[in-house]
Ligand binder design. Structure first.
Ligand code: AMP
Length: 220
């Protein structure tokens, strides 16, 4: 069953680091009353919580490498099992193996999956990552001056540890090596919506809705 506005089994957000996957994912989830999950955010939380899973995760994140497929699959699949119908996932699948496993788990409805590819050039990625802050209390992410408080809840803003230029370049290289093949995989099966991720969040969101042929009148 599709949820409000969506004809699809679920939506995957793909794109390089700082392409706006989190922002667009949350906007889409809010608009369609869909469940939202970010594997990157959840991995960082596991590290902060100091769980056994988090301790295994930390060394990959500190080296700007992807966690092994088994770990990403464990995290994403257990969330998907609880999410039911109508979901948006940001940061998964990120490798061909993950994409094949996701299709396998979706079975008959795999053809109704849609992926949104947010296309942002490297100079813009580096610029955005350099000015990106996130709230330590709520899910807000965005540009801010260094002393600013969260515009959403007033919480303290923090910088992501992997947003410095060398880390971003490494993450882009890993993305090009392992995730661009996933973009091609979905394009080949006509499940890819290619959107320019350049512009304001509102401008990009309009393109996402058009690309998904989102319709507020569709109810599950
Ligand atoms: P993100 O917040 O989406 O930029 O993700 C932060 C980091 O988490 C990435 O650079 C990866 O190291 C890791 N990560 C997130 N999702 C995945 C995934 N599906 N597979 C492997 N590693 C992931």
């Amino acid at each position: 069953m599709a949820r409000r506005g969506l004809k699809f089994a679920g939506v995957v957000l793909l794109g390089p680091p700082a392409s706006g996957k989190g922002t667009q994912g949350r906007l889409l989830a809010e608009r369609g009353e869909l469940c939202y999950f970010s594997t990157g955010q959840e991995l960082r939380r596991e590290v902060e919580r100091g769980t056994e899973f988090g301790m295994r995760t930390a060394r990959y994140l500190s080296q700007n490498r992807y966690v092994p497929d088994e770990m990403a699959l464990e995290l994403a699949m257990s969330w998907l099992a609880d999410a039911g119908s109508g979901w948006v996932i940001d940061g998964f699948p990120r490798t061909r193996t993950q994409a094949l496993e996701l299709d396998d788990s979706l079975g008959d409805v795999a053809h109704r999956l849609r992926t949104v590819f947010l296309d942002v050039p490297l100079d813009e990625i580096l610029r955005r990552a350099a000015g990106r802050w996130e709230c330590g209390r709520c899910p807000w992410v965005g540009p801010s001056d260094e002393l600013g408080a969260c515009p959403c809840c007033g919480g303290a803003l923090v910088r992501r540890g992997d947003d410095d230029p060398p880390s971003v370049r490494k993450r882009v290289a890993v993305y090009e090596d392992l995730t661009l093949p996933v973009v091609e995989f979905y394009a080949e099966s006509s499940r890819l919506v290619h959107v320019s991720g350049v512009g304001s969040a509102e401008e990009v969101f309009k393109r996402v809705l058009i690309g998904l042929e989102y319709d507020d009148e569709i109810h599950g």
